[in-house]
Design a protein around this ligand. Sequence first.
Ligand SMILES: Cc1cc2nc3c(=O)[nH]c(=O)nc-3n(C[C@H](O)[C@H](O)[C@H](O)COP(=O)(O)OP(=O)(O)OC[C@H]3O[C@@H](n4cnc5c(N)ncnc54)[C@H](O)[C@@H]3O)c2cc1C
Length: 382
Amino acid sequence: MKTFDIAFIGAGASALMASSFIENQSIALIESSSKIAPKIKISGGGKCNFTNKSVASENYLGDREFINDVFKIFGQKELLDFFTKQGLKFEFRSNGKYFCKNSSDEIINIFKKLTSHCNFFLNHKVEKVEFDKNFIIKTDKQTFKAKKVVVSSGGLSFKSLGASDIGYEIAKSFGHNIIHPSPALVGFTLQKEQFWMKNLSGISINIALHVENKCFKENLLFAHKGISGPAVLPASLYWKKGIIKIDFLPNIKISELLSKKSKKQISSVLPLPKRFIKEYLKSICLDDTKVDKLKVEDIEKLERLNHYKFSPAGNFGYSKAEVTRGGVSSDEINHLNFESIIKKDLYFIGEVLDITGELGGYNFQWAFSSGVVMAKSIRGNM
Ligand SMILES: Cc1cc2nc3c(=O)[nH]c(=O)nc-3n(C[C@H](O)[C@H](O)[C@H](O)COP(=O)(O)OP(=O)(O)OC[C@H]3O[C@@H](n4cnc5c(N)ncnc54)[C@H](O)[C@@H]3O)c2cc1C
């Protein structure tokens, strides 16, 4: 049986970037899906939001120092330079997001070209990795041997796109700790008291959402199961269990609006969708009366829309979550080269680690940056 110099577990974003940077080595990329990089393909509506205008450790949950060190070597600028050099056409959209101009296939094609020296084993599901002089990688089809193993198998989100817990299982089998994984960048489900929001499915409004010490000013989308959208998804990264606060009219003080003793009805004075007002009024048992007829306690109930506090019941789960929060503890990873400090020649890159970015291209940036930094160190050592 041939012994590869390096075997990657999974051929997604981080593995493709890393193997593009390693030459003159025999490389195996072992992937359970029938195609490489299934997540790059479908992300960003098929145009892959691959980075952001401002990439900093503040946009991530995880070890800030580690993240900063990695971005100092290969950050947003280096990623843009890399793709520009490879001829990728990209465009800049709201909230600093960079997308492919045409299709995420262009990124995949760049990687196909840059990894032509590698051996791809698609439709091979890795089941176990052991060590006996070399690493022994057991898949559902055949067994591989490698001198170095890079675990680049991502998180648990979107099983339909190949996600599995193999990365955590390999890590555990070599003595690593796993920071409890949970779905993130995902919508929230609601408690009974907020069920009025369920009747608003399809409506989207601009809000400010406060969670922990973060605030996200973006759209909230009312969904069938709860709330979602660009303000809610990043908030889910920081939410543990407990209260979140939503300002449904971020730039307007409701108390001032209502103090003007207007003869108009509430729904005509508050600049929110009529359907929203109707359901909210129902939930606080108030009729759509004229503003000058409102009692002090009614005004207080309406003012709550500026600081609506509640605890979500939970979230929509891994089938809807863009990423997995938690993972292989970065405390046991060498921050200079992503090698395990427990097992020599074993590496972990990308989302499998306990470093997770906000919505907006931060997770691909991390996957690509971790891949490059790891690859550069391997190149230097061989
Ligand atoms: C729907 C969706 C949209 C997203 N959109 C964006 C976006 O626009 N911008 C952004 O920054 N991030 C986005 N993300 C997150 C981003 O895709 C991931 O953070 C990133 O792909 C992680 O890279 P990775 O290399 O660590 O893992 P992945 O890219 O997930 O690659 C892991 C690979 O390992 C394979 N694998 C898993 N288990 C096994 C096994 N047992 N045997 C063999 N192979 C295995 C998988 O099939 C997969 O190909 C999105 C995620 C989802 C689910």
